[in-house]
Design a protein around this ligand. Structure first.
Ligand code: BEZ
Ligand code: FE
Length: 293
């Protein structure tokens, strides 16, 4: 009996069963769960054939938009709130809160020394970011790597403006010193729209959503024996903190980028006054056994 509940459930049961012999138990669990949820969605919302074709064409366009410096699938996951959900369910507590990776971590950051300037353009408001990395179960972490990437004061990442910015502008891979500290010079990043010239832009347009992210700097922190942390700091008092297009703001990550007028302090940091100073402590969680999975 086509179209009945009984008929649809038979399809679901057969599909779930087709994965029953998957040798990797986690892969089996993920695939069977995906089938169950997807089939429930279809049963509940009853998409038409034309809607299903539209969805297939849409996902095809998302894939076709991807290249080595453009990740439209991550962007789609971001605007659907999935990236943030995955981050959040993986948090264990006890460390600095995580947030989304985003689609612009697509080139390797150049290795830099503490105190270096990651702003290769020489424009924008001078800014110093000073970090201290500690372990949730102990003191400062020496030799932790801190990968940093950010946009310019105009709101563009280097990879978005290959004819304007040198690759590596706004990026740096640092190591912490024996006190777990690292600091670098940069410019204050701007809020910016996520890329809207692809299928994700079509989705935002069709649903009346704005594309903006509040100003932020990205970090991936890795230390031996600890869980890698992907996070941002957000510039306090900027726009869109309460309506981030990718739902990634957490209160604990909003940081005061204080204006400093003190000439002496400016000399210490090799910048000119006035400049902005962001001070932030990062705590990483000890690795758990299941992280090796
Ligand atoms: C970013 O912060 O780089 C970003 C995150 C999600 C979507 C687009 C951009
Ligand atoms: Fe960003």
């Amino acid at each position: 009996m086509p179209g009945t509940d009984e008929a649809t459930k038979a399809i679901t049961a057969a599909t779930v069963d087709s994965f029953a012999d998957t040798p990797d138990p986690r892969l089996r669990e993920l695939l069977q769960g995906l089938v169950l949820h997807l089939h429930d969605y279809v049963r509940e919302l009853r998409p038409t054939i034309q809607e299903w074709e539209y969805a297939v064409d849409y996902l095809t366009a998302v894939g076709q938009k991807c290249d080595p410096t453009r990740q439209e699938f991550i962007l789609l996951s971001d605007v659907l709130g999935v990236s943030m959900l995955v981050e959040t369910v993986n948090e264990q507590g006890g460390g600095t809160e995580s947030t989304v990776l985003g689609p612009f971590h697509v080139v390797e950051s150049p290795e830099r020394e503490t105190g270096d300037n990651i702003d290769l353009m020489g424009t924008g408001t001078p800014c110093v970011v000073s970090l201290r990395v500690t372990s949730a179960d102990g003191g400062p972490l020496t030799g932790a790597s801190v990968d940093v990437w950010q946009c310019t004061e105009d709101g563009f990442y280097d990879v978005q403006q290959p004819d304007v910015q040198p690759l590596g502008n706004g990026r740096g891979l640092f190591k912490t010193d024996d006190e777990g500290r690292v600091w670098f010079r940069t410019v204050v990043p701007s809020h910016y729209p996520i890329p809207t010239d692809g299928p994700v832009g079509v989705l935002l347009d069709a649903t009346g959503r704005h594309p903006y992210r509040p100003a932020h700097i990205h970090f991936i922190v890795e230390a031996d024996g600890h869980r890698p942390l992907t996070t941002h700091i957000f510039v306090a008092d900027g726009p869109y903190l309460d309506s981030d297009a990718v739902f990634a703001v957490k209160e604990s990550l909003v940081v005061d980028f204080a204006q400093i007028d003190d000439e002496e302090k400016a000399r210490e940091y090799r910048v000119t006054a006035p400049f902005r100073l962001a001070d932030f402590d990062i705590t990483v969680e000890p690795a758990a056994d299941e992280d090796a999975r």
